[in-house]
Write a new protein. Sequence first.
Length: 404
Amino acid sequence: MNKLIPSRALTRRVSALLLALVFALPTITAIHAQTSAAAVAKPVVAPLSVRERDLSARVKIETLREVTAALSDPKMQGRGTMQPGGDLAAEYIANRYKQLGLKPLGDKGTYLQAVNFKSTEVMADSSFKVGAAILAYGTDYVLAPPHTFERADVSGKLAFVGFGVKSEELKRDVLAGVDLKCKIVVILNGRPAGVDAALWGKASQPQNLLGNIMARGATALVMLNYGTKDQPYKLIADYLSRRQVELASAPELPFKLPPIILAGDEGAEKLFAGSGTTYKETKDKALTGTAVSRELAGDASIALHVDRVRGASSNVVGYLEGSDPKLKEEAVVYTAHYDAYGIDARGRIFPGAADNALGVAEMISVAEAFAGVTPRPRRSMIFLAVTGEEYGLYGAEHWVRNPT
């Protein structure tokens, strides 16, 4: 389904940047289809055949309601990829296929096709403290992917370096004379007024920023001022605070990244407490081009615990064999993803009723309609409920590469 945040694109963008020793979270453009009603011609609707009317009448509202309710029930725990709730949902769908008389099209004569995954999740015992203030994970701050370590413990002074840009062309070097050794560096995202956009874009390339800062001995990086009106920080943080899942075959970084954190405005204000200025005042000055680099008052400590897991989930595949001796070798595929975001380390459950328990219910209703007619359609019909969609269409990718 289309989402306000296309989660798979967000993860891939953030991860791709960090994989190249860079970090930036570009503005994510939501897809809004806006069509003028006046410009849309009236569709030409062909009348349904008798057979089509019969099939339509066989699609049951009761089935739609029953399957959607069952898959979004709390006992399914959000149908998480590589979680018990996801396995329970796969078994439920397989049983519905069996009841309809669909033939199994998974591994070893079953309805299930195993897909191997790996996941990382920031655990609830992680913490970020500045002086007496405690920042809340998922709201005040999040850890940016990829998560390359299991534990990271960092403490020290906070050094704020504005936009962190060093450029001979712009005659700017906010790092000159600033001691960053063993410091947790705080940096702003954005561009000050009155600066050439092309030169700034070149100077502020994330690999340059991160490379310059880490080369000076910084132990962690905290990024501020992320989000837009359409994609606010709250929405970004909500997604990035969830488990991150990818195919087990995805390559690993050959080195460990230091903690790279995104903090929202409320979290940022906690960083500036006691420093004689607020985060908002400092950001406003920085955006006018005023020099704002300074050491912040509070001592900070960051303790991050990342759970790294390998396992499997299943696509669920069944089919109705076609009635034509030759055309049955061809197939029409109906598909919907059954996974949602599951249950996280803090106990949040993401039921996913509309995303996409309802889609699976529609698919099963179509299967039910076709299973009850005689003769069967000439071509075979495959019904494919896929896992791993929320993180990158992984179940669908696996089935296309390994069709059953």
